[in-house]
Design a protein. Structure first.
Length: 240
């Protein structure tokens, strides 16, 4: 019995994961310029947000932005549902409970920040810096700083100050000498300097010889987001 052209078309769309009515996800974000910048009309733009929004649109997946604190985003993704986070690093631990898109952005090399007046001495060794006696390293809870920094931090015994604050507040903590060192993307630091009352001379930038490349950022979705949707997204991501 001949199969109708309409039925063949439907089967093709289902197999290839093409856009269908009802395909919708929630994109979680917290205000983090220049990566994620919310607007009064509910849209979000930035280095990672704009790429993600365009990819979902081109893939035929309706995406709705929802502002949420970072730790709650992580918890919500673990609970499942059609939910994604934008601009995260891929780690082995996260891959156990989430799906990842192709890279949507690659950071400039991560830098270290210390209170102004500390001589950077050119490019340093991450391991040597973290071995400094009594060093207090400020880190964001449940956050990844990339494979190399995460591994180095895991080897520190004590000396880690954990916070749920955003980077702009972490700068204030560093300036107020509540910690000695924090890590940040250079593009984010430069943006914050333009928007804050601090001056670059208030901080010392540390560049690490053993961190030559910035980390890739991805769209991270719950396991309930179909693999076919992720493939559709990947076809629409054209970041190099």
């Amino acid at each position: 019995m001949a199969v109708s052209r309409k039925l063949l078309c439907c089967l093709f769309l289902l197999c290839c994961g093409a856009a269908r009515a009802g395909d919708s996800v929630t994109l979680y974000y917290n205000e983090r310029p220049p990566y994620l910048i919310g607007a009064p009309d509910g849209t979000v733009s930035g280095l990672t947000a704009s790429v993600a929004a365009q990819a979902f649109k081109a893939a035929g997946i309706d995406a709705h932005w929802q502002r949420m604190p970072y730790n709650r985003q992580v918890e919500s993704l673990r609970e499942g549902g059609a939910r994604c986070m934008v601009g995260t690093f891929k780690t082995p631990e996260r891959e156990r409970h989430a799906r990842f898109s192709k890279p949507i952005y690659r950071d400039l090399p991560t830098i270290g920040l210390m209170r102004g007046g500390v001589a950077s001495g050119g490019r340093l060794s991450l391991q040597r810096v973290l071995a400094t006696p009594d060093l207090r390293v400020l880190v964001k809870e449940n956050y990844s700083y990339g494979r190399d920094i995460d591994a180095a931090l895991a080897r520190i015994h004590g000396g880690v100050v954990v916070t749920t604050a955003e980077n702009v507040n972490m700068l204030a903590m560093l300036y107020g000498q509540r910690a000695d060192l924090m890590f940040i993307g250079e593009e984010e630091f430069q943006y914050l300097m333009r928007q804050s009352t601090y001056a670059e001379k208030d901080f010392s930038l540390l560049r690490f010889a053993d961190l030559p490349k910035g980390e890739a950022r991805h769209i991270m979705c719950s396991m309930d987001v179909p693999e076919a949707w992720m493939r559709r997204l990947d076809r629409e991501i054209h970041f190099e």
